[in-house]
Design a protein around this ligand. Structure first.
Ligand SMILES: *[C@@H]1O[C@H](CO)[C@@H](O)[C@H](O)[C@H]1NC(C)=O
Ligand SMILES: *[C@@H]1O[C@H](CO)[C@@H](O)[C@H](O)[C@H]1NC(C)=O
Length: 504
């Protein structure tokens, strides 16, 4: 019964969010149906997944300070430090724990079982023990908190025994695979609609994120759930790296829709996926956060996402207060907008190296050219307004214009995408209170010669500094490219996007 109610609730929530209609549309929370706002406190915690595998170039704890401060300022309680088995892992964990302690943040280990194997329970437990007594270690219900990426079947007793203490183990076990009797909670990684098999949905196989919530709730039987929330998914590794992967999950307004679901769901924990996974385009941390390039620079360069973290801030505050209306937590009126840099029909087959040699047609895992699932992304500009009182939102995308009546609170709007400049404004009583032109134009050519289904995220007011990849984060930029690709062009006059494109 409860499950049917939950389903009804989620279906009800999702209805206004469908966007079959190509004309400008807005979605808002129906305030009349939400419970009255009471600013309570809860024991809810917000985590953010942080990839340690790309931070080998950090020299000291201070290299983590900016990440810790930004995350804390957004209301994030702890970073889930994703670790593989790299030789630099302990050095970098030492820096991260120290920086967290210095900045009033908490951290915990998240074992990545792409690199660890499930026969290594004792080694996992020993690593837990190594950091357990650090002052920045997250403890929940008095126990050291430990999580994972995958890991179904790992020997939980071996972990606990080697850790030398009781732990709060909340791994990314999967319902029907891992043993949920042995754990204290679980993380669901699937923050994106999918086909249930790690690719974009198809009409016949279409699994929503909310269906994942339900499956985990059933498997957990009341134990705490770490619900995923992620803004985007696009990855486009070609044969220039050993692990070619080339797909998107439908993302469009996911960041807005999912936060609304999270407020309604009210799970004990939430995990933002991720802080710094540039490779899958779901980073909410800065491009300038120090990291090495694993080939992601080709689609991350000039594509800051900081506005997504700004947008999450009032949602995080509402979630932690246990309320479903984020309006009281908007402390600065803002417009957050995002869009892909090209329409989906732009043809880059002639210059995109993923068409060259990486196809594994036998397994169907890899897709040449345009990423698998690309058609699920709409050629629209997405705008979220954070307002204290109603206002008019105007979008001028190339030659396409749209206006929206935006209510007080957080609401989402989508406008048709046009090639050219991207301009935004918010007005009230005939006066512009915010207005500006994005640093990134939408173009009808292939930037750096590739299919780039990552999103550019901007805000009004605009940030005072331009967020850019640092040299280490650009090291592999030219690898696999067939055309020249000027670096860090945002805000540099004379190199606006349209001029750096090779026509084929
Ligand atoms: C999957 O379901 C969603 C929600 O009903 C729908 O909007 C979307 O178009 C579906 N995707 C596919 C590929 O059928
Ligand atoms: C894979 O399929 C594509 C499209 O059908 C084809 O062009 C390509 O040659 C195939 N690659 C291999 C390695 O068989």
């Amino acid at each position: 019964m409860l499950r049917e109610l939950l389903t009804l609730l989620l279906v009800g929530l999702m209805m206004p969010l469908s966007w079959a209609c190509p004309t400008p549309t807005s979605s808002t929370t129906d305030l009349s149906s939400t419970p009255p706002t009471t600013l309570g406190t809860t024991d809810r915690l917000v985590f953010c997944h942080f990839i340690m595998g790309i931070t080998s170039n950090r020299q000291s704890a201070t290299d983590y300070d900016d990440d810790m401060k930004r995350a804390k300022d957004a209301g994030i309680d702890a970073f889930a430090l994703n670790i593989g088995t790299d030789p630099f892992t302990d050095t970098q964990l030492g820096f991260a724990y120290e920086s967290a302690a210095n900045n009033g943040m908490q951290v915990f280990l998240s074992f990545d079982f792409n690199w660890w194997n499930i026969g290594q329970g004792s080694a996992v437990g020993a690593k837990v023990q190594q950091y357990a007594d650090h002052s920045a270690q997250l403890k929940v219900d008095g126990k050291v908190f430990v999580s994972s990426f995958v890991g179904d079947g790992v020997d939980v007793n071996a972990i606990k025994s080697a850790a030398g203490q009781d732990i709060f183990f909340a791994p990314n076990f999967h319902p029907g695979q891992g043993n949920f009797d042995e754990i204290q909670g679980a993380l669901n990684w699937m923050g994106w609609p999918s086909n249930g098999n790690n690719k974009a949905p198809t009409p016949g196989q279409n699994v929503s994120v909310a269906e994942g919530d339900e499956a985990y709730s059933t498997a957990l039987q009341g134990k705490p759930y770490i619900a995923p929330v992620s803004p985007w998914f696009s990855t486009h590794y070609g044969s220039e790296v050993s692990y070619s992967k080339n797909w998107v999950f439908p993302s469009d307004l996911l960041w807005y829709d999912r936060w609304q679901e999270i407020l309604a769901l009210g799970s004990r924990f939430v995990e933002i996926i991720t802080w710094n996974d540039y490779g899958e385009s779901h980073y909410v941390g800065p491009l300038s956060s120090p990291h090495t390039d694993d080939g992601a620079s080709k689609w991350a360069m000039d594509m800051p996402h900081n506005g997504w973290l700004d947008m999450a801030k009032p949602f995080i505050a509402a979630y932690k207060a246990g309320v479903t209306d984020a309006l009281p937590f908007i402390d600065e009126e803002k417009l957050v907008y995002w869009y892909r840099p090209t329409k989906k029909d732009v043809n880059c087959d002639g210059t995109d190296t993923t068409t060259q040699g990486n196809a594994n047609n036998a397994t169907g895992d890899f897709f040449a050219g345009r990423p698998n699932g690309y058609e699920s992304m709409a050629d629209e500009v997405f705008v979220v307004s954070l307002l204290k009182s109603p206002a008019l939102v105007t979008v001028q995308s190339g030659d396409q214009s749209a206006t929206f009546d935006a209510p007080a609170g957080i609401s989402a709007h989508q406008a048709p995408m046009g090639v050219g400049k991207q301009q935004f404004a918010v007005s009230r009583n005939g006066q512009n209170i915010l207005s500006g032109t994005s640093l990134k134009d939408i173009v009808d050519t292939c930037i750096c010669g590739i299919y780039n289904f990552n999103a550019y995220v901007g805000t009004l007011p605009a940030p005072t500094t331009i967020d850019r990849l640092q040299p280490a984060g650009l090291a592999l930029l030219s690898q696999g490219l067939k055309v020249s690709c000027p670096t860090n062009t945002l805000g540099v006059s004379g190199t606006s996007s349209p001029t750096l494109v090779a026509r084929v």
